[in-house]
Write a protein that binds this ligand. Structure first.
Ligand code: SF4
Ligand code: MG
Length: 335
């Protein structure tokens, strides 16, 4: 089956074109129907810029320099802005960390979701539109949806607002849902409920989901595969179960080791010594070298190439190369 989303060589820069900051650098990934791919990394690694590039919603100082983004076979990077508007909120929808920034404070729930319904289902008539809004609110687990239609965003709790955002995202019957830290702003109990909801909605609609997170607990609960991002590049990809058993990149190992056993959810990843390189930093060798406990001389001088070990399992590190695929792949891998 052809993937819903196929991204290849996506490269995005920000700022002054004569001294640009490369925020996404040659990113390649794909996601199939019914699959959740988690994009994991600390903040400042380029995760959100990846999402905004896919949606073509970059800030004015940003531009996509190279690559290809195909949604069900359609190249998005060459669409006109008018065509892209039909895709956004239609076949491809996005939910954000802070639902209040995406909801209009002066419009009722019914009006906002109704607008999304109208935009992507052209000829839905007025009466039918309300029915559809109620149906969407019910699908995202909002109790007594008929009673909530005339409420405004400020009358809803954080969890309810996120549910309304998800309902809006579903209005256009998307095939791909991009969720950027969808539960980070919520308290732990509500987080779990929203994650459950996302899982259920994904299964019901057989969606492809790109889940952006800094939280390994969220990855473990929600994703099938993950891609670890560092300084604008993917440094490791793996099925989630493989990753937890045997992370290959030193950065991945750091992420896992920095998790206290008792509480895997809700921990920030910033406990790793050192910082993500600043935007626009220049690199001669490996981007992780300043923080890597395994670094050798070669790491400063030579860029580690991306190596595919088996399908769906890749890593960008000189040491993974020298130890070779035979030992780098988990021996019990059933695939
Ligand atoms: Fe560490 Fe070297 Fe591998 Fe980079 S290439 S992650 S510095 S061992
Ligand atoms: Mg972010």
């Amino acid at each position: 089956v052809e993937p819903i989303l196929q991204v290849s060589g996506l490269t995005t820069e920000l700022g002054d074109p004569t001294r640009p900051a490369l925020v996404v650098d040659g990113l390649t990934l794909d996601i199939r129907a019914g699959e959740t791919l988690a994009l994991l990394g600390e903040s400042g690694c380029g995760k959100s810029m990846t999402a905004l590039s896919l949606m073509r919603l970059l800030p004015p100082s940003g531009r996509i320099k190279a690559g290809s983004v195909r949604l069900e076979g359609t190249e998005l990077l060459t669409l006109t802005e008018a065509e892209m508007r039909q895709v956004r909120g239609g076949r491809m929808a996005m939910i954000f960390q802070e639902p209040q920034t995406a909801l209009n404070p002066v419009l009722t729930i019914a009006t906002q979701i109704g607008e999304a319904v109208r935009l992507h289902q052209g000829d839905v008539r007025r009466g039918r539109e309300t029915e559809r809004v109620v149906e969407l609110l019910r699908a995202v687990g909002i109790p007594d949806p008929e009673q909530r239609l005339n409420e405004y965003p400020h009358q809803l709790s954080g969890g309810m607002k996120q549910r309304v955002m998800i309902a809006m995202a579903l209005a256009g019957n998307p095939r791909l849902l991009i969720a950027d830290e969808p539960t980070t702003a919520l308290d732990v109990t509500i987080q779990a409920q929203v994650l459950q909801l996302l899982k259920r909605i994904q299964a019901t609609n057989s969606l492809a989901v790109l889940l952006i997170t800094h939280d390994l607990g969220v990855v473990a609960e929600t994703a099938n595969r993950l891609a670890v991002m560092y300084a604008g590049q993917i440094v490791e990809t793996a099925p989630v179960s493989e990753f937890f058993k045997r992370p290959l990149h030193p950065y991945s190992r750091h992420l896992l080791e920095s998790l206290p056993e008792a509480s895997k959810r809700g921990r920030r990843l910033a406990v790793i010594p050192g910082r993500v390189p600043p935007l626009g930093a220049q690199f001669q060798g490996c981007r992780f070298v300043e923080r890597c406990p395994a670094a050798i001389e070669r790491c400063r001088l030579e860029v580690p190439e991306w190596q595919v070990l088996v399908e769906g399992r890749g890593v960008r590190c000189h040491l993974a190369e020298t130890s070779g695929p035979a030992t780098a792949v988990h021996p019990a891998d059933p695939k």
